[in-house]
Design a protein around this ligand. Structure first.
Ligand SMILES: *[C@@H]1O[C@H](CO)[C@@H](O)[C@H](O)[C@H]1NC(C)=O
Ligand SMILES: *[C@@H]1O[C@H](CO)[C@@H](O)[C@H](O)[C@H]1NC(C)=O
Ligand SMILES: *[C@@H]1O[C@H](CO)[C@@H](O)[C@H](O)[C@H]1NC(C)=O
Ligand SMILES: [Fe+2]
Length: 475
């Protein structure tokens, strides 16, 4: 299996003079129109029945993966906040009670947004659950992760900037086929803020129904992007993140965070840290203090894989959003290196890009030192802002391709990261090729804590490996 993917043949090398291959893919897709799916399309179908639950989505509900937060919307009346659940499809012997909220956004009135935490679950177990009542109740299921531990295998998906177009639908369908068990979502969910007045709330609702076929069955780990801010003073809406925070709960208290926009979870063998590009993060702010403390809580003996999610990439050689990540890079990059973060996923730029291990922590405004340099302790930076939203692709990359940039392509797609054990994880980026899924960029990620002695240096042999179909690139 692993033998079959390699960097595709339509790429060209932009420069190899320093020994590291850098690739700007020249693939050009013939785009689907990037307009949003019409409201009456079946992708947004409202479930049948009086007050039937809709927009069902789950997220991890605690630090270690033994709890799940279930959220859904009813539109006719608040209805029951109860979730019935159990390990057998025919016998849902347990139940938990939640709560609901509703809010207005301009004159739009939300449905009744329910939230229910179910706790003390067994690890590595399939649970069935039922919400709603009578004829309009609906049944779903999810699987809990294995117990947190150093060799617990797990397959994550990574999706960003999804939106609700036909390209978004293609990304979602391809993701569902991938067999991954949890989505690490790197921000920009619905793009409802492309609308005005009451249509904003309505497009948050359609998005909730759109993603339900995945989000009802597996946790999506949310991080917030600029399209979650919804700052719309012309219609009197000035409190940031209101739609997002009312709809997408996160388990922030479990990681001692004071804000749902930044938090951490542990799942299988991974410690996942979510930070907010659009909340204060400079020195002494709550997010800065929290991140400093959370990094100290990471125990690589228990969770070898340290993954950070954010919306704005710190390394981005696309003309779109160029250097927007600089302020956060200046604040946090040295911590990510000191703590040997394995990989940082970001979105925002509507294209795909992967870096080599580079850092710019020696940047010095006085001495003039200003170049990113190869750094074995640095994370790999991967931008997957390519979910397929209505803003279209960011197809202009800066030239020449910078040294830190390993692979870049302006296409839609999603990624998967399959953790095999404490030392190895297999990564794929899968392009949507107008409806087909094509594995395009793949490599084996060696763990930064457990695998450093095995790590191969990037050198001229990489070039050979890239084009040898019997081998897979290793990083
Ligand atoms: C919440 O729903 C109730 C019942 O329909 C309604 O009376 C109330 O105005 C709603 N609150 C908000 C903030 O929309
Ligand atoms: C930055 O450069 C100046 C001038 O060369 C030097 O004095 C200073 O120690 C440097 N700062 C750091 C943090 O390396
Ligand atoms: C981890 O998995 C890789 C790939 O399957 C394998 O080659 C390696 O020996 C495994 N390492 C350990 C410590 O089990
Ligand atoms: Fe964005």
């Amino acid at each position: 299996m692993l033998l079959h993917f390699f960097l595709a043949s339509f790429v060209f090398l932009s420069s190899v003079k320093d020994g590291s291959a850098r690739i700007t893919s020249s693939f050009v897709r013939s785009e689907y129109p990037s307009a949003d799916i019409p409201l009456d399309h079946e992708a947004f179908a409202v479930p049948k029945g009086y007050n039937a639950p809709q927009q069902v989505h789950i997220s991890q509900g605690d630090y270690d993966g033994k709890a799940v937060i279930i959220s859904w919307v009813t539109t006719d009346e608040p209805g029951s906040c109860k979730v019935q659940y159990g390990t057998s499809e025919n016998k849902l012997q347990d139940s938990a009670d939640g709560s609901f909220t509703n809010y207005t956004f301009y004159q739009y009135k939300s449905g009744f947004i329910h939230q229910c935490l179910i706790e003390d679950l067994e690890y590595d177990t399939k649970y069935y659950y039922r919400i709603g009542s009578g004829d309009s109740s609906r049944d779903f299921w999810f699987k809990t992760p294995p117990k947190v531990g150093p060799d617990a295998p797990y397959k994550f998906g990574i999706i960003g900037d999804l939106g609700q177009t036909f390209n978004s639908l293609s990304t979602l369908d391809h993701y569902i086929e991938s067999g991954a068990e949890t989505v690490l979502f790197v921000g920009d969910l619905s793009y409802a803020d492309r609308y005005q007045y009451n249509d904003v709330g309505q497009r948050w609702d359609t998005w909730g129904r759109f993603v339900e076929k995945s989000t009802a069955y597996q946790p999506w780990i949310w991080s917030a992007g600029n399209h979650e801010i919804d700052y719309m003073p012309y219609m009197g809406e000035v409190v940031p993140f209101r739609n997002f925070l009312n709809r997408f709960p996160t388990p922030y208290l479990a990681s001692k965070s004071s804000n749902p926009l930044w938090y951490a979870i542990r799942r299988a063998s991974a410690h996942i840290i979510v930070i907010s590009s659009y909340s204060p993060f400079v020195k002494y702010t709550p997010q800065w203090t929290w991140l400093k403390d959370e990094l100290k809580r990471v125990d690589r003996e228990k969770t070898p894989w340290l993954i950070v999610l954010m919306h704005v990439p710190l390394y981005n050689s696309n003309e779109a959003h160029y250097m927007e990540g600089e302020s956060m890079r200046a604040a946090f990059e040295s911590w990510f290196i000191d703590h040997k973060v394995d990989v940082i996923f970001a979105g925002h730029v509507h294209a795909y890009e992967r870096s080599y291990r580079y850092s710019n922590v020696d940047y010095n405004i006085t001495s003039g030192h200003r170049y990113p340099v190869p750094d074995k302790s640095a994370p790999i930076y991967i931008t997957v802002g390519d979910g397929g939203n209505q803003e279209g692709l960011a197809s202009r990359f800066t030239e020449p391709q910078p040294q830190y940039s390993a692979f870049r392509e302006a296409s839609y797609g999603h990624s998967t990261l399959e953790i095999m054990n404490r030392t190895h994880a297999v990564y794929h980026w899968n392009r949507n090729d107008d409806g087909k899924k094509v594995k395009t960029d793949s490599f084996v990620l060696h763990n930064q804590y457990w695998g450093s002695h095995r790590r191969r240096k990037l050198n001229k042999h990489l070039l050979v490996r890239l084009f040898d179909a019997d081998t897979i690139t290793t990083i």
